[in-house]
Ligand binder design. Structure first.
Ligand code: PEP
Ligand code: MN
Length: 259
């Protein structure tokens, strides 16, 4: 169903006035994790200033260590919904448990399925039974074919509103947190008719690489870029090394959009 051979024209997914897949560039910013109302609202104000229409934030955080901050759960989703309504932003948030999908639909506009859950087939099927757009991230050890099959799982249950997100894969290279597989973008665009985003935060894990990685993503044909923004990254409860503060966010966007 997701194959370009079956459907030659691009799928366009409309979210809060933006049409992912229409050939324009789209952006999803927000903190790694929802920490408080004030934190999310301050990021929302910066996003709004730039004329953007979506915000991301993790409420259920799939952390590598069980002792790291696990997220605020449904309390976090409530904060996102409130901020989304106040600032007119669509909310993107990761759901990790298929049993939470139905309840989460009351709070979020886009269901994110994270790298660690790309082959959680019950979660994929549950997201496929909704009518919300799904932001599907590539698993850290997934081949492009595995990734496309994960999207197929969602579509096979009826939901074709899928945005693919390359977020880097695990290789032997230690200079970056993951290795951004930049050519996955044109390959995914050739093989499927779905919009393709690049997450420059989790692929690089390095603040100094966010801008060049984002430029590369757009140059190679990505439909958009995702990155993390936090009012004070130094005290962030997760991903403190790679989130942008507001000054950096400002120059990131200015540089990225410079012709
Ligand atoms: C995230 O986007 O919040 C996240 C945890 O990313 P990934 O699933 O790609 O690691
Ligand atoms: Mn993060």
């Amino acid at each position: 169903l997701v194959s370009r051979k079956k459907k030659p024209e691009d799928t366009i997914i409309e979210i809060n006035g933006e049409k992912f897949g229409d050939g324009n560039q789209h952006f999803i910013f927000g903190p790694c994790a929802v920490e408080s109302y004030e934190q999310v609202a301050s990021v929302a104000a910066e996003i709004k200033k730039k004329g953007l229409n979506l915000i991301r934030g993790g409420a259920f955080k799939p952390r590598t260590s069980p002792y790291d901050f696990q997220g605020l759960g449904f309390e976090g989703l409530k904060i996102l919904k409130q901020v989304g309504e106040e600032y007119g932003l669509a909310v993107v948030s990761e759901i990790v448990n298929p049993a939470h999908i139905e309840q989460a639909l009351d709070y979020i506009d886009v269901i994110q399925i994270g790298a660690r859950n790309m082959q959680n087939f019950e979660l994929l099927k549950a997201a496929g039974e909704t009518n919300k757009p799904v932001l599907l991230k590539r698993g850290m050890s997934a081949t492009i074919s595995d990734f496309i099959n994960a999207a197929e799982y969602i579509n096979s249950r009826g939901n074709g509103q899928i945005i693919l997100c390359e977020r880097g894969i695990r290789t032997y290279e230690k200079a970056t947190r993951n290795t951004l597989d930049i050519t996955a973008v044109p390959i995914l665009k050739q093989e499927t008719h779905l919009p393709v985003m690049v997450d420059v935060t989790h692929s690089t894990g390095r603040r100094d690489l966010l801008l060049p990685a984002a430029k590369a993503a757009l140059a190679i044909g990505a439909d958009g870029v995702m990155a993390e923004v936090h009012p004070d990254p130094a005290v962030a409860l997760s991903d403190s090394a790679q989130q942008m503060d507001f000054d950096m966010f400002e120059s990131f966007m200015n540089e990225l959009l410079k012709k």
